[in-house]
Design a protein. Sequence first.
Length: 611
Amino acid sequence: MSPLTVAWSMFAATSFVLGGLHVILWLKDRQRWIYLLSVLMAFAAGATALTDLGLMYADSPETFRTLLKLQGLTIFLILVPMVWFVYGHFGTARLWLAWTITSLSGVSLVINFLSPHSLVFAELVALESATTFWGEQFVTGVGSANPWVIVPHAASFLIVIYVLDASVRAWRRGFRQRAILTGGGIILFTVLAGVHTPLVDAGIVPTPYMVSFWFLAIVVAFSYELVSNAVQVSRYAREIKASEKRWRTLMENVQLPVIGIDGDRRISYVNPFLEKLSGYRRAELIGRSVGSLGGESDSVEVVRALAQVENIGARHQSRWSLVCASGEKRDLLWSTVELQNSDGSHAGLLSVGEDITDRLQATRDLQHTQRELEHMTRTNILGELASGLAHELNQPLAAILSNAQAARRGLASGSTNRVEQLEILEDIIRDDKRAAEVIQRLRALLHRGEIKREIVNVKEVVHEVNQLLHAELVARHVTLNVDLPDDLPDVEAGRVEIQQVLMNLMLNAIRALARVPKENRQIGIHAILVDGELQIAIDDSGPGVESDNLGRLFEAFYTTENNGLGMGLSICRRIVEAYGGRIWAENVVGGGARFSFTLPTSEMHSLKRHG
Ligand code: ADP
């Protein structure tokens, strides 16, 4: 068999095989109409190769003409799908150019079939035998050129412009392989075909038409691109599967309850942790309305929370409880996200919960402790003072009473003389002095009584007090700003006592803030080091203190509150002074009160001890 026949048959066969391959790709993914275009191109390229072969061995001008016209059709079936393939595959081509080229190609096809001697020849007069350089014979047509051939040439020229433009834009968007391989391939081989064919038509280059070869090259470039795309897609699919598996493993093992919710608000997925927590099996939960999980009281909240996620499309946190199979109710904080399909449509919701039952209980306990501590702080000292006084004064008062009664009896009966009466009065005076001493001593005890000293980290104490007051601050909409440097030195004082001072000042500030609007309730805690002393300030954005009263705040029993005791600040002063510090109040420029107190740092203490 001759090399020409072998080569062109191979071109045809390869094109058909590639066409078949593209059919398979299309069958696998029918949504991609682009595969159909490449099928058409590949088969048309195969048909062009066969017409090329026929033209080489045509035995009469009539056969040659018919084959030329047929080839006009096969070329049309390559070029037009190719233009739309580029349009669909690149996404960067210009639509108007695509339509212009399609129209020009359509016009060429019509001219081709209307012209008696095809689009190439105005008149085909004869066939001429030619020889390849290795000596093989084939025929070419001899005749005058058809002036209308300008139309397909214009179409080819526009194709080059069109593909060049689309490739440059694809390159800029980062699709480099597509731009180089497919775009570059089309341009190169269209230019080669556009140069070679007219030279053959004009009899300048003595070779057979090689249109099918150029187009086969383009089809190969397309195939490479499509197959590598398909391979990439399958790799992505594998990766997605692996990542899906990772997600599933995570959801199945995470120690948090997870619920999938479908479009009808029914449970579509629950993880094992939720089964364990609720005591229900998966099968009992799937398909149930998610609103029913929280019992009647919470179902409205569930529906409202989910609607919010769907409407706003945002991540949402809501609190609703879970009624377990045992009837126990657990409080949960749910974070819900909306899931979407690949086209962006709603695919349900995913809620991940956090069981905060124990945390809420702990907060309630803390609040209780805090109330107790507050109560103790405010009543302890008074109680102690009162019972101490009663106890100590009982004895001298009783002695005074009995002496006075004896004196009265003596005076009434005249049984006591003047000396005895003076003695009784002396006793009364002595007992009275003793009573006064008791009061003095008690006071002194209160001022300088046994005090406990330990190394106290003020930052920690502030933190503890804030913990205790957290719920109170939240309930009263107070924002707390704590500004304590990390390197605060320790102080030497009683931890519980300092806690009491802070607690008192904070409670006073919170109470003062009740008189200002919610959005303007702020408390700041600051600490600085001044001359070796730690100075702690608590300021609030409340109404402040009337300046006339500033000096009286720390007096015992001074209060402006209806049910106040007026002991809080005096106790604070007693504690602070017992540890060698000072406490004072002032009004802050811009509104609010500031209560500051100092405490010597532990270094100061040791200096004093050693120095
Ligand atoms: P009580 O709290 O029982 O009134 P305190 O000794 O703690 O006793 O407070 C005395 C008074 O000081 C309060 O009645 C109040 O008038 C005033 N006071 C205390 N803290 C503040 C504050 N942060 N802002 C305004 N006034 C305050």
